[in-house]
Design a protein around this ligand. Structure first.
Ligand code: ADP
Length: 175
């Protein structure tokens, strides 16, 4: 089994052990992939997010929390908070890598075999797509080499530009 797969599509349609959400710190649901996940998953996800908000005041950028998947085909959602792009001098790269690492660590703890990531921070949060793809890919690749779980990561690219960037990264890995 290949450890990394790249597809183009809608992450809410996937049936894996957990899909990752590009969430915001307040876990409030919003536009983009966050809105799509809450819409498809239903009220249960929002209720669990509200509980986490009460217990620990949301989720800081670079961290991730777990809820069930509600009505989604996947049983769990990992809500990861990426950085808002401010030009690159506010630790954005480290925070983005940490958002991926926190998600991978949760998947490892839960012994999830297959998880799927969207391209965190490359929508409304404005992170340059090429730089973000390199951080995401390298962070995931390194983690999978060193850990038994998760066994596989699927990068779900919504837009063509991201899809082509990730395709190139995976081809470079193979060659
Ligand atoms: P952020 O606020 O972290 O930038 P966005 O949701 O605005 O989050 O964008 C993150 C990425 O998710 C973007 O590349 C966007 O194209 C992508 N995206 C939007 N909807 C979906 C979806 N249904 N499935 C997968 N990816 C999506």
């Amino acid at each position: 089994m290949e450890k990394i797969e790249v597809i183009q599509g809608d992450i809410t349609k996937l049936k894996v052990d957990a899909i990752v959400n590009a969430a915001n710190s307040q876990l409030m649901g919003g536009g983009g992939v966050d809105g799509a996940i809450h819409k498809a998953g239903g009220i249960k996800i929002a209720e669990e997010c509200a509980k986490i908000r009460e217990q620990q005041n949301g989720c800081l950028p670079g961290n991730a929390v777990l809820t069930s998947g509600g009505n989604l085909p996947s049983p769990y959602v990992i809500h990861a908070v990426g950085p808002i792009w401010h030009g690159g001098k506010r630790n954005e790269a480290e925070i983005l890598a940490n958002a991926y690492l926190s998600s991978l660590q949760l998947a490892k703890d839960k012994r999830f075999s297959v998880i799927a990531f969207p391209n965190i921070s490359t929508g409304v949060y404005g992170y340059p797509k090429k730089e973000a793809s390199q951080i995401a890919f390298n962070t995931v690749n390194k983690f999978l080499t060193k850990n038994e779980f998760p066994k596989k990561v699927i990068f779900v690219c919504f837009d063509e530009e991201n899809y082509l960037l990730y395709k190139e990264l995976i081809q470079n890995l193979a060659s």
